[in-house]
Design a protein around this ligand. Structure first.
Ligand code: NAD
Length: 401
């Protein structure tokens, strides 16, 4: 599935050659891991791995996280790499779009993930040491798995999202959630004419992105009333105590069993909230539930959480949607800093990371708003068109088109 459509192609004046270059991934690597896990982990053998470079127009490196999930497919990995192409371009970063997927359970214990990630790094060693692909955490992976990759390459800039002690960037771990919360605050003012303290919010996913988004939003005074994860969810109209919820998840591995009324993922999208933030998996807002959404604002913390059909339904309903390539770009903006600092050896304070994310995201948000109102198109189309324009300029500059 291509993110660009005819309308955007026409709008940005994209020629056939450029369209051809962006319509398929530059490179797809598929392999199987030879070292397998003991049967007790319940992971079938062989474990398939995909590494996709969608477009290296602004790279190498191609940048994008490693997803570990039993459901992830090659098609989805291509779509996620494509999303990274436009996200990096929109943020003006000199990175191409990439993504990797390890087809294994996202809930595996860290010692099992380590075996798989070590095998992964061994197989694509050249891609990592050459700087062709620079991974980061995504669904199912965390700084610990990035540390495993650094342990294999011994090159600081070969991977971002590492623990701080081995050259990670202070603030990178919470960067995506910080960015989602910043964008949410801005969008609530811009589109709902309210402050965060006056709105209710529902969040799907309480991993890296979801939990940090909730943390920053609740610190800013927002009332988060519904949160779900893969195993369960909770609802509290007075506002969920995020610090208590984090303690529960740290202890039990999931929201399931948390005090108060439980809530399913299906109910989350139908609940009475002003803002919904999907921060888990793709395709969760679909034609099946889009019509029942009551929120007026959706902020895409996850990558590709909304299907094309759902997007049309939401637009018709007048729901404003801030797209993934803008809303969740705080992570890659911070990763760019980590990558640069890995090369130079300089250090950064957490506050500087936050300031860079805020400035970058809000500047781009402003550009997207202007473009959207000038062309009378949705924020998603405007963000994609702006990113496509930047890609066109880059490809022209390289003599590719
Ligand atoms: P994570 O593994 O840390 O957390 C994922 C969360 O989603 C967990 O709470 C999990 O229980 C929940 N979840 C998984 N499957 C689910 C399902 N079927 N239904 C409901 N909940 C489910 O992952 P993450 O890093 O927080 O990534 C979440 C999303 O944000 C992904 O779409 C990812 O691509 C996107 N994203 C992540 C980053 C980053 O820096 N980590 C950056 C940009 C975008």
């Amino acid at each position: 599935m291509m993110l660009l459509n005819e309308e955007i192609v026409r709008l940005v004046g994209m020629n056939k050659k450029a369209l051809m270059l962006l319509s398929e991934p530059d490179r797809v690597i598929h392999f199987r891991l030879r070292r397998h896990l003991p049967a007790e982990y319940g992971v079938g053998f062989p474990v398939h791995v995909y590494v996709v470079y969608h477009s290296a127009a602004r790279g190498p490196p191609c940048k994008g996280g490693i997803r570990m999930s039993s459901d992830v497919t090659l098609e989805e990995t291509i779509q996620l790499a494509e999303t990274m192409t436009y996200k990096c371009a929109l943020m003006n970063l000199p990175f191409g779009g990439g993504k990797a997927a390890i087809v294994a359970d996202s809930q595996l214990p860290p010692e099992a993930k380590e075996v798989l990630v070590r095998g992964f790094a061994h197989e694509i060693r050249y891609e990592l040491v050459s700087g062709n692909y620079v991974p980061a955490p995504d669904l199912g992976t965390s700084p610990r798995e990035m540390a495993v990759i650094f342990g294999e390459t011994h090159i600081r800039e070969s991977v971002t999202g590492k623990p701080v002690g081995i050259g990670g960037l202070p603030g990178r771990e919470e960067a995506t959630g910080y960015g989602v919360a910043t964008v949410t605050e801005h969008a609530v003012r811009e589109f709902l004419g309210s402050e965060l303290s006056d709105v209710t919010i529902g969040v799907q996913g309480f991993g890296n992105v979801g939990s940090w988004t909730c943390t920053f939003l609740s610190k800013k005074g927002a009332r988060i009333v519904t949160v779900t994860d893969i195993k369960g969810g909770t609802i509290n109209r007075d506002g969920i105590d995020i610090e208590e919820l984090k303690k529960h998840v740290a202890q039990h591995g999931s929201i399931a069993g948390y005090v108060g009324r439980s809530l399913s993922n299906e109910e989350l999208f139908k609940s009475e909230v002003d803002v919904i933030i999907p921060a888990a998996i793709g395709g969760v807002i679909s034609k099946e539930n889009a019509g029942e959404i009551k929120a007026k604002l959706i902020i895409e913390g996850a990558n590709a959480p909304t299907t094309k059909k759902a997007d049309e339904i939401l637009t018709q309903k007048g729901v404003t949607l801030v797209p993934d390539i803008l809303a969740n770009a705080g992570g890659v903006v911070a990763s760019y800093d980590e990558w640069r600092k890995g090369k130079s050896g300089t250090r950064t304070k957490r506050e500087e990371t936050y300031a860079t994310i805020k400035e970058t995201l809000l500047d781009v948000f402003g550009e997207v708003l202007v473009y959207a109102s000038k062309e009378k198109i949705s924020l998603r189309k405007a963000a994609l068109a702006l990113a496509a324009t930047r890609l066109l300029d880059t490809m022209e500059g390289r003599g590719w088109i």
